[in-house]
Ligand binder design. Structure first.
Ligand code: SAM
Length: 307
């Protein structure tokens, strides 16, 4: 009897031990699972403003050039003052400045880290320009020497190779990129307009969804109205808006986004009407009918509105 009691007690203790062991194992498994989830979450960025740190890694991966640059017209930028709202790391801002010779282009973004990166990219680009300029100048001196030598030797004309070299190495009148491109941290929806601020061209590429989700219809109308005010007469507004379907992938990024999403009355399909009938733009043109080589999921139409 005594033995059986002891045995039972022992069995109980073993059971408890076993249970304790399995509870501990279960706990450990849960901890492991939670740690993996945390790691996964850490790896997956939460970008409530669409402020992705590696945006261009997937937007333009494997492409030589952002395909949007191919549909933009030089006349909207050459010698013009431009604004790029939601510039992210400033890559398309700088490409536009270089490709189309803007007089000035300012990129603004709500995310200070992205603006730091944009400024870093700007400095790197300036260094590279500098290096290629030095290389050109070195070539130029070499050509001058060759020219002098030819002149001294009585040869009438430069050989063709030297002439080409001279033409290619002619230090162009390209302005310093720091005088053209600038970046600043700014929440474009909530910031106050500076009195002297005016632009010929304003870009708003893949930003409207984030403004819409974070500040609702009011934020969207504020964005459009502010763009209108900042544009000079005859100025152009270049808009690439995400479609309504794509809102579904992001409306859960925050409680505010979910709330705004559920209360939106002006979906992207109405943007054109709002900009023409309510804001006051004169004309609109879809410039992406033949947009080539877009990465999957990024073939959004781009519209150009004239003030
Ligand atoms: C999806 S990215 C698009 C980047 C770039 N415009 C392009 O198309 O290559 C959206 C950018 O808008 C910025 N953004 C969102 N809301 C903003 C706001 N209210 N003011 C300024 N920037 C904003 C985000 O930080 C993010 O960098």
């Amino acid at each position: 009897m005594l033995k059986s009691c002891l045995e039972r007690e022992q069995d109980d203790m073993e059971d408890k031990g076993r249970n304790k062991g399995s509870v501990e194992e279960e706990d450990n498994e849960k901890v492991d699972e939670r740690q993996t989830q945390t790691k996964k979450r850490k790896r997956k960025e939460i970008a409530i403003y669409g402020n992705y740190k590696n945006y261009y890694g997937y937007r333009t991966k494997d492409l030589k050039e952002d395909p949007r640059l191919m549909v933009l017209k030089k006349e909207w930028f050459e010698g013009k003052d431009c604004l790029d709202i939601g510039c992210n790391q400033g890559l398309i801002t700088m490409s536009i400045a270089k490709k189309f010779s803007c007089r000035s282009i300012c990129g603004v973004d709500i995310d200070s880290y992205l603006i730091e990166t944009a400024n870093w990219n700007l400095r790197r680009s300036a260094k590279m320009d500098n290096a290629s300029c030095k290389f050109s100048n070195a070539n130029r001196s070499k050509v001058s020497e060759e020219t002098n030598a030819l002149e001294h030797s009585g040869t009438a004309s430069l050989n063709e190779g030297a002439a080409n070299l001279l033409r290619d190495s002619n230090p162009s009148q390209e302005p310093n990129i720091f005088d053209v491109v600038s970046f600043r941290e700014e929440n474009f929806v909530l910031s106050r307009q500076r009195c002297s601020e005016a632009y010929d061209t304003i870009l708003c590429l893949s930003v409207t969804k984030w403004v819409h989700l974070n500040w609702g219809d009011d934020g969207l109308i504020t964005l459009f109205a502010k763009i209108w005010r900042l544009l000079r007469p005859g100025g152009v507004f270049i808009l690439e808006a995400q479609n309504w379907k794509s809102y579904k992938s992001n409306y859960q990024v925050s409680e505010i986004a979910t709330f705004n999403y559920n209360n939106i009355l002006f979906p992207p399909l109405l943007f054109q009407d709002i900009l023409l009938d309510k804001i006051g733009f004169r004309t609109v043109e879809n410039i992406t009918a033949s947009l080539p080589g877009s990465a999957a999921g990024f073939n959004r139409p781009i519209f150009v509105f004239c003030k």
